[in-house]
Design a protein around this ligand. Structure first.
Ligand code: ZN
Length: 394
């Protein structure tokens, strides 16, 4: 048995219409001045106004920072901190996808502990307590609402810094599937694939343990049938709920198990080809599963994962179960409309070596069940350059 030390720090409030409780939940955390951190898309969708008025009707003063953006940078976080400081806030509410939540978390570091984001790159670098934070996700993907990490890019170098601290974890996450209805189809697709990849990678890392596997397997069981449903019928609130819950459980799985080589390989693709995160991890995932399955422990772990949503039975044999798992992942990637290969997405062979060197240096690589050297990443990228199969819908 692998030892673990785990605390669930986030209260989860799940259900259609749950966002109505945001004012009451904020009041319970204390304070009277709130900063609502969100992005322009959510202002346009009307969600920001709604949350603002829900907070005001609970007699809270609300300042709004609506300039969170994709892959938030140190500058974006500093602007958010200035807005928070000016309003003298005592509580943060993050409304949006992973980027809005990362911006709110980054702001919390700087507001309460001073300095620059670079000071908190790594684990547990903040000394002072932080403000309470409520996360309200509007996408089903990152699971950031359940994680202690803020991912912030250096404005100058574009280096992505993972700043981890238990104190920055949301005290409450409001999981309201109705809020995910307004996202564009391509956002549903790539955030959903990210959530699936979290379930798969956390199920096999070196850190996987009895508790993390509970989250990984349940997340996968929820996500696998729900993703094709939300792609076909975006208004299916039951399936939207399964996606949102699956993504949150995936976030808890990451907290307890970390990630693997698909995430390591994805960051250079994002940096070099401006690929969105979900697309990058998804295009790498089948190759990473095949690579890792050469390790007997990982092969069994994949087979057990495939058993959770009944894609395969372990008793069919481990190799057959892994093949079925890859087939289903390919089916999900096809449902999500992802390019069929890295080559189709415009990746060229001359960039693979340099990206492989970067991938091998990623923090997540150390948790992959098989050691992954730069040469292994070159092989993984080459495999992902080939068009994937038609997939298996089961
Ligand atoms: Zn991810």
């Amino acid at each position: 048995m692998i030892p673990f030390d785990s605390t669930i720090r986030t209260r989860l409030v799940f259900g259609p219409g749950a966002v109505e409780q945001v004012g009451v939940l904020a009041r319970e955390l204390g304070g009277s001045r709130v900063l609502l951190v969100t992005d322009p898309g959510l202002v346009d969708a009307g969600h920001a106004d709604r949350v603002e008025s829900l907070l005001r009707s609970a007699h809270l003063e609300v300042a709004v920072f609506d300039r969170a953006r994709e892959n938030p940078t140190t500058r974006c976080v500093e602007e958010c901190r200035d807005a928070a400081r000016e309003a003298g806030v005592e509580l943060l509410v993050g409304l949006g996808g992973g980027s809005a939540m990362d911006t709110a978390k980054g702001c919390n570091f700087l507001l309460t502990n001073g300095g620059r984001m670079q000071d908190y790159w790594g684990v547990g670098k903040a000394q002072r307590p932080m403000l309470p934070f409520i996360a309200v996700p509007t996408t089903a993907g990152t699971g950031s609402e359940c994680q202690c990490a803020a991912l912030i890019a250096d404005e100058i170098t574009h280096q992505k810094m993972a700043c981890l601290d238990p104190k920055v974890t949301a005290r409450v996450a409001i999981l309201d599937p109705e809020l995910t209805l307004s996202q564009p189809s391509w956002v549903t697709a790539h955030t959903g694939i990210d959530a699936v990849t979290h379930a798969v990678e956390t199920a096999v890392t070196r850190r996987r343990n009895a508790l993390s596997l509970t989250y990984s397997h349940r997340a996968f069981q929820l996500l696998v049938p729900a993703l094709p449903r939300v792609m076909e019928a975006p208004g299916d609130i039951e399936a939207r709920g399964q996606m949102l819950l699956g993504a949150a459980l995936g976030g808890l799985a990451i907290e307890n198990s970390m990630l693997g080589a698909a995430h390591s390989a994805a960051n250079p693709l994002t940096a070099v080809y401006d690929m969105v995160h979900g697309e990058a991890v998804g295009l790498m995932l089948p190759a990473v599963i095949r690579f890792n399955a050469a390790d007997p422990g990982a092969r069994r772990a994949y087979a057990e994962l495939a058993s959770a949503p009944e894609i395969a039975c372990v008793s069919d044999g481990l190799d057959a179960a892994v093949a079925s798992l890859v087939g289903r992942i390919e089916h999900l990637l096809n449902c999500a409309g992802l390019p069929r290969s890295l080559a189709e997405r415009g990746v060229t062979a001359d960039t693979l070596e340099a990206m492989a060197a970067q991938a091998a240096g990623q923090w997540t690589a150390q948790f992959n069940p098989r050691p992954v050297a730069p040469a292994d990443f070159v092989a993984l990228y080459r495999a992902a350059m080939e068009p994937r199969g038609a997939g298996d819908a089961g």
